[in-house]
Design a protein around this ligand. Structure first.
Ligand code: C5P
Length: 277
């Protein structure tokens, strides 16, 4: 998605369910995940420049690396095209399980393509495991290590609240401590599911990283309990390797009320109402 002012949208990704199905010889884990995208995210712009550069602004800019380790610059350099200067308007928390770095990199690659028509880099999953699904940008099944993206039919409306209890979780630490790595993949997504049917199906799936992430960062358990206790919360689960959790609601007003209640009780948490698609 692009705004008229040349900014490219980098929506948060949410793993509605995530099963860990194996591990490759190189250490990467095999996943089976249903991913959806929020209507909130970061914004990226690109312009031709003599050297690669990145500047970051926005409410959550603090601490975002601007050097070559930033996924925007890693992905952009991998195109092997001429350098560009990027600005990143940061609204999503970092190391939060909602794909911020990969979402930003995907938006940067779209911005470069719009700038000079350059193709996407080869093997984007090696840059960020969430980069392929973020390049796809709409609900999909993610398998392999994240490199296989299978589109799904548009999901019915999912009203959600995202809650990050203010702890950064390092993805490698969660994967490294995982004992059970050979779980079954997600069961088949029901065809033409309405909201209730989809939520019912999701309730029969899991996030296999959730229990471990909770033991590393107990605030995740608190966030899940608080979400579950809000009126109308049909499902509360962690996204990715955490710490961001989501609650699903059948209506936008229920989600809005939940976000308001949670924000009043936890003013230090990052809490956003959104819809997922
Ligand atoms: O690519 P991304 O930054 O999401 O991955 C961070 C780390 O998480 C990887 O270096 C790897 O240690 C672990 N990971 C994994 N299997 C995946 C995705 C990530 O083991 N499918």
């Amino acid at each position: 998605m692009t705004a008229a002012d040349g900014r490219f949208f980098a929506p948060a990704k949410v793993n509605l369910a995530l099963h860990v199905t194996g591990q490759r010889a190189d250490g990467y884990h095999l996943l089976s995940s249903l991913v959806a995208f929020a209507d909130i995210g970061d914004w990226v712009t690109a312009r031709p420049a003599a050297e690669w550069a990145l500047s970051v602004n926005g409410p959550l800019a603090k601490g975002v690396p601007t050097g070559p380790d930033n996924l925007i610059l890693k992905a952009a350099r991998a195109t092997q095209g001429p350098p560009a200067a990027f600005t990143l308007e940061k609204h999503l928390p970092m190391q939060a399980g909602i794909g911020g770095g990969s979402a930003d990199a995907a938006a940067a690659l779209r911005a470069l393509r719009a700038m000079d028509g350059r193709p996407l880099p080869d093997g984007p999953a090696a840059i960020g495991a969430d980069l392929p699904v973020c390049l796809h940008g709409r609900a999909a099944l993610m398998t392999g290590i994240g490199d296989i993206v299978t589109p799904v039919d548009p999901l019915p409306p999912l009203h959600a609240v995202l809650v990050n209890p203010g702890v950064a979780v390092a993805t490698p630490a969660v994967f490294a401590a995982l004992a059970q790595k050979d779980n079954a993949p997600l069961s088949d997504l029901p065809d033409d599911a309405g909201t209730d049917e989809l939520i019912g199906w999701l309730a029969s799936q899991r996030n296999d990283l959730e229990a471990l992430a909770r033991s590393i960062a107990p605030a995740i358990g608190v966030a899940l309990a608080r979400l579950s206790a809000t009126p109308g919360c049909a499902l509360a689960r962690m996204s990715g390797s955490g710490a961001t959790c989501f609650g699903l609601y059948r209506s936008a007003p229920e989600a809005r009320d939940a976000a308001t209640t949670l924000t009043a009780a936890h003013p230090d948490w990052w809490i956003r109402q959104t819809s997922l698609a």
